[in-house]
Write a protein that binds this ligand. Structure first.
Ligand code: ATP
Length: 355
C-alpha cells in the first residue's frame, strides 16, 4: 500500500495536479472515459491481465493509460501507481463484484462519491432498513411460506444476476418448490419495471432542490433479463418446470424507456426521500444512483432495489437521454460525473464529492 495522505492535503494536491478519472475496464467504463474526455480529464483503465481490445473499436472512449494486474481482486497492489497518477476512482458494479465493499473502502485512493454507501447497497438487510426509514413503498416480505397469500419471488443473497430465483403463484406452489437457505420470500409485484437513473449533486445550487443540493433524473432503462424475458415463448411456467427449465434474471442488455409524465412527481418524491435518509444514515449519497422498481396498474411505484453508483443501463445514453437533454444537451451520466469533479475542483469543494 502507498502513502495515505490526510484528506485536506490530498484535495490540495489534486487541485494542483489534475486528477485522472479511473475505473475498471468493464460495466460503464466506455461512457465514463468518453464523458471524462469531453470534460478535459485524462483517464486510466484498470484491467485484469492485459488491456481489453474492444476499446480500439471506440477511440473516443479509450482510456489514455491502462494499469493491469493478474486479478482484479488484487487492485490494492496498484495503489502506489494510482496515487502517483492522481487517480480518482469511479465506483461501478465491477468494483462491487470483483473487489467487494470491504477492500474497496480501505483503498487509500480518492473515490468519487461516498465510498461507505457501497456497504449499504451490497447488504440487502441494510438496504431494506434504509428504504423503510425513507418510507418508500416496497414489495412485502414473508417470514415463511404459510404467510404467503399471492405470487412471490424467492431471492438468494449474493446470487449473481438473480440466478436460481424461484417464482411461485401461491403458498402451495411455493411449498412444492425446492428452496435453498438462506433466502428471502418477497411479494412478486405485477406491473412494469423501471430502472431510474438519478444523480444527486451536493454542489448544485439550482434545479430540483433536495437538502443542500439538487436531484437530477438523467435517464430510465429496462433490463433485458435472460431467460425470463423470452421464456413465455416455450409454454406455460408449469410445463417448463416439469421439463426442468427454471426462470433466471441474468442481465444481458438494456432498453430505453420513458415514464408516463404524470408519474414523474411520484418517482422524484421517492428518490428525494432516499437521498434525505442517506444523509441521516451515513452522511449522504453523492452522484449517480439507480432506483429500481415496478409500477403497478394502480400506478404505485414499488422499489425492490437501489444501486448506489452508476448503473450499466446509463450506457444507453452516451449522447444524452430524453431526460438529460433537458438538463444539458448530450449529457451522459459519465459526463455528469466529470462535470461534478470539474466544479468541485473549481470551487475548492472536493471534500464534498470525494471520499
Ligand atoms: P442484480 O444484482 O442483477 O441487480 P439481484 O440479485 O440484486 O440482481 P434483484 O435486482 O432484486 O436481484 O432482482 C432481479 C430481477 O428480478 C429484477 O430485475 C426484476 O426483474 C425481478 N424482481 C426482483 N424483485 C421483484 C419483485 N418483488 N417482483 C417482481 N419482480 C422482481
Amino acid at each position: 500500500m502507498g502513502v495515505q495522505l490526510s484528506k485536506p492535503a490530498l484535495w490540495e494536491e489534486l487541485r494542483s495536479q489534475p486528477p485522472r478519472i479511473t475505473t475498471i475496464c468493464s460495466h460503464s467504463s466506455l461512457q465514463i472515459f468518453h464523458g471524462a474526455r469531453l470534460e478535459g480529464f485524462s483517464t486510466i483503465g484498470i484491467a485484469e491481465k492485459s488491456p481489453p481490445r474492444f476499446y480500439d473499436a471506440f477511440p473516443k472512449a479509450k482510456p489514455d493509460q491502462f494499469l493491469t494486474m493478474p486479478k482484479l481482486s488484487d487492485v490494492d497492489t496498484l495503489v502506489p501507481q494510482l496515487q502517483k497518477e492522481h487517480a480518482v476512482l469511479i465506483p461501478t458494479g465491477s468494483f462491487v463484484e470483483y473487489v467487494g465493499p470491504e477492500k474497496f473502502n480501505r483503498l487509500p485512493v480518492p473515490v468519487f462519491g461516498n465510498r461507505h454507501v457501497m456497504a449499504w447497497e451490497s447488504d440487502r438487510e441494510k438496504e431494506r432498513e434504509w428504504l423503510e426509514m425513507a418510507h418508500v413503498p416496497m414489495p412485502e416480505r414473508f417470514k415463511d411460506a404459510s404467510e404467503v397469500d399471492g405470487p412471490v419471488i424467492v431471492k438468494y443473497y449474493g446470487a449473481k444476476g438473480g440466478k436460481g430465483f424461484i417464482l411461485a403463484k401461491n403458498s402451495e406452489d411455493l411449498l412444492a418448490s425446492p428452496i435453498r437457505q438462506p433466502h428471502v420470500i418477497q411479494e412478486y409485484i405485477i406491473g412494469t419495471r423501471y430502472y431510474l437513473h438519478f444523480f444527486y449533486s451536493p454542489l448544485s445550487t439550482d434545479g430540483y432542490r433536495v437538502a443542500d443540493g439538487s436531484l437530477e433524473l438523467l435517464g430510465i432503462d429496462r433490463r433485458d433479463e435472460a431467460n425470463i424475458d423470452e421464456l413465455y415463448k416455450l409454454g406455460s411456467q408449469e410445463e417448463l418446470t416439469r421439463s426442468g427449465i427454471q426462470p433466471s434474471f441474468v442481465v444481458t442488455g438494456n432498453v430505453g424507456v420513458v415514464l408516463r409524465e404524470s408519474l414523474l412527481p411520484q418517482v422524484f418524491e421517492v428518490a428525494e426521500r432516499i437521498v434525505k435518509t442517506s444523509i441521516d444514515l451515513f452522511g449522504g449519497m453523492v452522484g449517480p444512483f439507480c432506483v429500481e422498481g415496478i409500477m403497478t396498474e394502480a400506478l404505485e411505484f414499488k422499489v425492490f432495489e437501489i444501486s448506489t453508483r452508476i448503473v450499466a443501463g446509463t450506457n444507453l445514453y452516451v449522447s444524452g437521454s430524453p431526460y438529460s437533454d433537458m438538463v444539458m444537451p448530450g449529457l451522459s451520466t459519465g459526463r455528469r460525473i466529470a462535470l461534478e469533479l470539474r466544479r468541485g475542483l473549481k470551487e475548492d469543494r472536493l471534500g464534498e464529492i470525494l471520499s
